[in-house]
Each structure stands twice: as C-alpha cells, then as structure tokens.
Design a protein around this ligand. Structure first.
Ligand SMILES: CCCCCCCCCCCCC/C=C/[C@@H](O)[C@H](COP(=O)(O)O)NC(=O)CCCCC
Ligand SMILES: Nc1ncnc2c1ncn2[C@@H]1O[C@H](COP(=O)(O)OP(=O)(O)O)[C@@H](O)[C@H]1O
Ligand SMILES: [Ca+2]
Length: 516
C-alpha cells in the first residue's frame, strides 16, 4: 500500500476489520495503535505536500506478518481535508482498540547476563518503544543475581499487573515461572511439597523476550526467536495455555519444568556448559561435542502412566498449532475425569509401565522443544497444552548411531525411527538410578558404595556408575530419583502457539476478503 496516497481510502470499519480499498485489510485485533499524525513532521520530510491546503491525518500502526512467523510493526497514514471526519476516524478506531483485552501495566525482568549479554539493549532499543507506542506502562527491574526475579515476585503487589515479561533465556523464564506459580500456591495455601496437590492455575500471563542461549520456550510457542515478534504478541494480549510438570523427590518439591527435563546426554551437556558460561551460547556446542565423545550411558528404572486422555501420539505427522483441537479436547477430557473422580486420585488406579535399562538419554518434554538449533525440536508432535509430556528413551547404542539420532534433530527425518529409541506420551513418570536402587536395597554392601568411574561388571562398556544430573529447562538438578507429574495448562503465555504456515494463512486471508 502506498502510504502517501492513502487519502482516507478506508471505506469500511467493522468490529473485526479495518478495510481499505486496494484489497488490503487489517484485523482490528492486529492494530497496535492509532495516532493523530504530526503533519509538520510529515510535510517537512516530503516536499510533495508543501504547497497543498491544510490537511489532517492519522496513522494506524499494525502487525505485518513476514516469513517464518516473524512479525513487524508497519504503519499507514490516512489524509483528509475535513478535520472533524479525521477525528471521528481516530475516535472510532480507539474505541475498537479499547474493546480488545490487552495488557496496560506490565512488570518486566531483564537478565543482563543471559545469552550474549544483550538483554538490556534488546529491551531498550526494540521492545520499550513498541510498549510505549501501545500505551503500555512498565515497571522495569534489571536483575543483579540469580533468583532475584523469583524472590521479587513473592513480594510485589502482583495484582497491579496484567502480566510479567522476562527478557532472557529459558533459565530466566524458568525463574520467573517459579516465582509466579510459587506465589500463586502460597497465596492459596497449597503445599508444593505434596506431589499430588491439585495446583492452582496461574492466570497472570508471562511474555518472553528472547535474549538467551537456546530460547526454546519462546521458539516453540511463537515459531521464532525474535524480540520484536514477541513484543507484538504481548501488545496484542495473546494467550497460550501451557502444561507444567512438577518434579519431586521423597515428598519434597524440587522444580517445575515446561520444556526439557533431560537426564544423561542433555544433563551432562548442561553441567559441563555451566563452567563455560563466558563462551556465551557457543558453550553448548563445545560441551555438546565433548559430551558426545564421552558417550556415557546410565542405568536405571523408569515407570510411567500413559496419557490415555489425549487423542494425540508422539508419532503423529501433525504438530500443535494455534487453536490446537487436540489440546482443547485433552483439557476437556481431563476436566471430566476430575469431576468424576472428585477428590480421589484417578492416577492411583491407573496402570504403571516399568522399563529397566541402560540409557544414553532420558528426555521428557512438555512441548516440541523446537529452537534455532533444532527447528522441529526433540518431539515435533508434542502439544503445548494437552496435559501430557513425551518421554523419549534413548537406549545404549554405538556412538555412530547416537550421532545419527542427534543429526535427526536438525533435519526433516524421523528421530524416533530407530530401534534404540522409544517414545511414550505420559501424564506422570518416575525415575530411579540403578546406583540408588543398589544402595537402597543393600546398604551394607561396601563394594557397591565404592563406585569406580565405570561399570565393574563390564569394564569395557560405557556405562557410567556415577549418576548423571537432570537438565531442567536449563537448570541443573541433582537427584537420582524423581517423580514427575504433568499439570494441564497450569500457566499462560503472551503467545498464540505456532500459526499455520504463511501460504495457508494467505489463502485464509483471501477467503475472509471474499466474505467481506
Ligand atoms: C551433530 C549435531 C547435533 C546437534 C544436536 C542439536 C540438538 C539441539 C536440541 C536442543 C533442545 C533444547 C531443549 C531446551 C533446553 C533449554 O532449556 C536449555 C537452557 O536454555 P537457555 O537457558 O536458553 O540457555 N538449553 C540446553 O540445554 C542446550 C542444549 C544444547 C545441546 C547441544
Ligand atoms: N543478574 C544476574 N546475574 C547472574 N545470573 C542471573 C542474573 N539474572 C538471572 N540470572 C540467572 O541466569 C540464568 C541463565 O539465564 P538465561 O537468561 O536463561 O540465559 P542463558 O540462556 O544464556 O542460559 C538463570 O538461571 C537466571 O536465574
Ligand atoms: Ca504437553
């Protein structure tokens, strides 16, 4: 659309669309702001208009969807000789924007040390100007230490805000999520140490401005890791429910997780990479390579309860997309089950499957875990809000086979199509390392307490007698026995899930135009 010849060509305004001649329309839900145009400024910039009669104008800022789920703020200016008509348009559009439920007051936490240490700059240069354009007020808090944001969330007057924004990576997001969910349970008198406690949903949405090393939660829920796109989703007030898993050990709460809870390979990569933080995001490549070469496997027992409430399966060809019907159906099914069972725990009655073995990796993912390093993710068909997690067991195999498996995270081939990889959709699971089982069953056996570096029975095998650690959304968790339970849609993000690809969106758009 030519900005300079848009002489009040908008010919129709409805509750849903601002339609302009020239086959262009903007859904009102995607208008960012409407402002009276500073004509002096415009006229100074364009000699073309200098000799014309007095004009009035307003500018509509709206979301322009580019390729690969990237959003940008675009604008169009409408000119008019009639001042009253111009003001009527501004007024009508502002009233429409008021009807949208959008955040007005946000609490922002910036981790200045996440990723490439650009959090503060990204926020100030790319995000703050957009929030100000959309008339969003902010209280900005730059963290000075780990857990600063989490601790602060237990103290602030949270009801003052329409949402919390975190600028950083998955670790920073995890911190803010722990603060919000923890605060919510504390205020409602829920004991987080009870693994069976029905947790209270957190209705304050979190917005993620990606400025970390992996940014998997942002990428998996928006489709791209891009600060401007995320800021625009926040401004429009998008809402995406998210499953959260709780991790316990012996009736003690350890952590919540939304993306990857990984033992073995991803736990070892994370542990090693923490010592190399100075390398920035490259630390994962270095530690990934090192861990791959070490090729350690770990022995233990996994018990899990299959997620029977959901129609989906981890081997599905379709992925979770905006407005996903599998997530909606699964949530309804769980709500019905809960109604039927009342206070009784339906989980207690359901079957547990038990698997013992030696594993190179045990990965539990609540979402696909797509990220720039792995655009399909660890489990491409996992759902954001279906009350289930995908449990991926990578059994002991050769280095070459493990490399083939890892490479499939980066290409289009099926990463579950290997004899040594099993995947299950679960609603809860438990893991105990062999080492702990042995210690618990025979505490007097001195030999078993004397763990050498590698398996005594098979000195040549790669089986590591020491335990691995868990990678819990980028935070290390040292526990050789854990109990995990998925809580369906425990929290919400300022996101809308990944939209259908652009071609489909364009064809839907022209269908709407025809309807109008
Ligand atoms: C031969 C090529 C092999 C390449 C394999 C690449 C596989 C990448 C999969 C990444 C999955 C990411 C799951 C998310 C994990 C994050 O929570 C965590 C912390 O993120 P952040 O706080 O933003 O730093 N990131 C990781 O654990 C990084 C794993 C990278 C392993 C190579
Ligand atoms: N000011 C700070 N100094 C040091 N660590 C911090 C600070 N603020 C937050 N953190 C911690 O840094 C960790 C990693 O942050 P994150 O933003 O995820 O970066 P990255 O993606 O590079 O790991 C998080 O666990 C968070 O708790
Ligand atoms: Ca899920």
């Amino acid at each position: 659309m030519d900005k300079w010849i848009s002489m009040l060509r908008c010919h129709k305004i409805s509750r849903s669309f601002l339609c302009m001649s020239g086959n262009c329309f903007v859904p009102t839900s995607e208008i960012i702001a409407v402002e009276e145009t500073d004509l002096n400024k415009k006229q100074r910039n364009s000699g073309k208009w200098q000799k014309m009669a007095k004009l009035h104008a307003f500018t509509v800022y709206y979301v322009k969807k580019a390729q690969n789920h990237r959003w940008r703020c675009s604008d169009v200016t409408f000119w008019c000789v009639d001042e009253q008509l111009c003001n009527q348009w501004i007024q009508a559009l502002k009233e429409l924007l008021e009807l949208q439920t959008r955040p007005k007051q946000l609490l922002v936490y910036i981790n200045p040390y996440g990723g490439k240490r650009q959090g503060k700059r990204i926020y100030e240069q790319k995000v703050a100007p957009l929030f100000s354009l959309a008339s969003i007020s902010t209280d900005v808090f730059v963290t000075e230490r780990a857990n600063h944001a989490k601790d602060n969330l237990f103290e602030v007057n949270i009801n003052k805000y329409d949402g919390v924004v975190c600028v950083g990576g998955d670790g920073m997001f995890s911190e803010v999520m722990h603060g919000l969910i923890g605060r919510m349970q504390k205020d409602s008198g829920i004991d987080q140490n009870n693994p069976k406690a029905p947790l209270v949903q957190c209705n304050i949405r979190i917005g993620i401005i990606p400025a970390g090393s992996t940014d998997c939660v942002c990428y998996s829920t928006v489709g791209i890791s891009d600060p401007v796109t995320s800021a625009l989703h926040i401004i429009l007030g998008d809402s995406q429910p998210l499953d959260v898993s709780s991790v316990h050990h012996n009736n003690t709460f350890l952590k919540y997780t939304v993306s990857l809870l990984g033992y073995g390979f991803y736990g070892d990569v994370l542990k090693d990479s923490e010592k190399k933080r100075w390398m920035g995001p490259m630390r994962y490549d270095y530690s990934g390579f090192k861990t791959f070469l070490s090729h350690h496997c770990y022995e233990g027992t996994i018990s899990f309860q299959p997620a029977k409430h959901t129609l989906g399966s981890p081997r599905d060809k379709d992925s979770c997309r905006t407005g996903c019907h599998i997530c909606r159906q699964s949530e309804q099914q769980l709500a019905e089950q809960r109604k039927k069972c009342g206070l009784k725990h339906e989980e207690d009655e359901e079957e547990w499957k038990v698997i013992k073995g030696k594993f190179l990796a045990i990965n539990a993912v609540n979402m696909s875990c797509a990220c720039p390093r792995s655009p399909k993710g660890l489990s491409p068909a996992a759902h954001l809000a279906d009350g289930s997690a995908d449990l991926i067991l990578v059994r002991k195999c050769s280095r070459f086979d493990f490399l083939r498996y890892l490479v499939r995270h980066t290409n289009q081939d099926d990463q579950f199509d290997f004899s040594f990889v099993d995947v299950y959709r679960v609603k809860s699971f438990q893991f105990t390392s062999k080492l702990l089982e042995d210690n618990e069953s025979d505490v007097t056996d001195i030999g078993k307490k004397h763990f050498g570096q590698f398996c005594r029975d098979h000195p040549a095998c790669c089986c590591n007698i020491a335990n691995s650690t868990w990678n819990c959304d980028g935070e290390t968790l040292d526990s050789s026995a854990i109990e995990v339970r998925v809580h369906c849609q425990l929290m919400k993000l300022f996101a809308r899930g990944i939209e259908e690809n652009h071609k489909e969106a364009v064809s839907n758009q022209s269908r709407v135009e025809q309807l109008l």
